[in-house]
Design a protein around this ligand. Sequence first.
Ligand code: BES
Ligand code: MN
Ligand code: ZN
Length: 509
Amino acid sequence: MKISFASDALFSWQSPVVVVFATKNEPLAGPPALQTLLHQLTHEEFDGSEKKLLLLHTAGQLPAERLLLVGLGETKELTLETVRRAAGLAAKKLRDVGLTRAGVQIRADLPDCPVADFAGAVVEAVSLATYQFNQFKTSDNHSTQLESLTLALPTDVTASSIRAAIDRARIIADATNYARSIGNLPGNVVTPAVLAHYARQLARQYRLKCTILNQAALRRGQFGGLLAVGGGSTHEPHLIVLEYQPPTPGRHASPIALIGKAITFDSGGISLKPSEKMDEMKFDKCGGVAVLGTLRAAAELRLPIPLLGVIAAAENLPSATSYRPGDIITSYRGKEKRGVTIEVLNTDAEGRIVLCDALAYARQRGARTMIDLATLTGACVVALGPHCAGLLGNDLSLQEQLRAAGQRTGDRVWPLPLWPEYKEMIKSDVADHKNTGGRYGGAITAAAFLARYVGDTPWAHIDIAGTAWTSEEKPYHPKGATGFGIRLLVDWLSRSCGPLQQEMGIPQS
Ligand code: BES
Ligand code: MN
Ligand code: ZN
């Protein structure tokens, strides 16, 4: 999609369509011809309510052939998320009627909504909303795509003042769509080795360092968790490590680690899942895929802090070589003298078992902060539904920063407690701990399990089981993988840069 700028005079453009954003029950600024058009509309037809769209033929009253009115809702409730949703709906409307070029009004007059943020939100949402996963559709009846957007800037706004926001929005949306494209691939196409291949490809393209541990290397390193979970599949488990080094200075600072669960298919293993909706467990790799997307965006944005991505990739299948309920396994020892022993009570609680190896590895590598993303528990979906991810960890200020980043980006996260009582729930009679804590508080006992591996490193755990994919189309999320976590983490990383650089003694530009 081509994006260009032009200064105002939107209503004199000879474009197939011009898109205008309106707040609820407030007049729209524009020339008399526009006012005449709007005058003919009843309140029911268009009042600027959220989710409302109205596509009109201008019949010569404006130079543009059509006018698309897009509702933003009440001015006092407006956030960037409102803008993203409205722009997403608008973009899909244009696509559905086969329009490929549009002029879009950028508003600079909305309270608490800087013009660069508005423009960035529009570009981000248009790109996210029109993403399609059609790689396996062999008939070529692909719908038309938006080819070019011209942003109409108010006369007092220069293109250079919003260019950075636009570039950033495109980088982030492209990284999210990249992650969606991998997330949507089924288990027969993406195996742990294939995921490792994608990581290598990404590393080549964005000059990241990439280290892959295959099954043999995992055995040598005694990654007992990944080996146990991946042992039931003929597709061997892999630990994928990606490292981003910023352009000087921050090179030698210790990295922020992003850790992702990537179960390429989760059947439950010997503790087999019911078959209903089991197909959705192809999305059980989305935590790992979000790590790929975040590293891609971070590298493209040249963020000034080093990052360490660790992806634990395995397939969880029942077979003669599967791990079993009752097994006692030993996780990767990392910095410790010995690995932690785990009593496996349910082979379907596999995410925490691959993650503990990855967390121990990241800690051993000297991560200053660790954030993991995982489609970890159905219990998290029960607790919070599909509208936010669960947020747990050992550092309240990190949690607050992430919560705020979620609020800004729409990748919302919400805290759950992690008190010592929950650790009691996973005590084992025969090992250091067990991999399930019973029926209640499942999202929390899963996090309590992970907590054992992070030591005192500041750590946040984001349970994306309810947000990693959607079975209902949303304003800027088509059905399937959402790419959740990338916009969240890139926002958090960008904002942490300043303070972190200071802490690391890096002079800030
Ligand atoms: N990948 C699932 C969690 C999941 C379930 C994600 C539904 C999205 C939707 C995870 O590996 C799992 O199976 N967790 C179990 C844990 C239980 C056995 C303690 C669960 O949540 O049922
Ligand atoms: Mn499972
Ligand atoms: Zn799983």
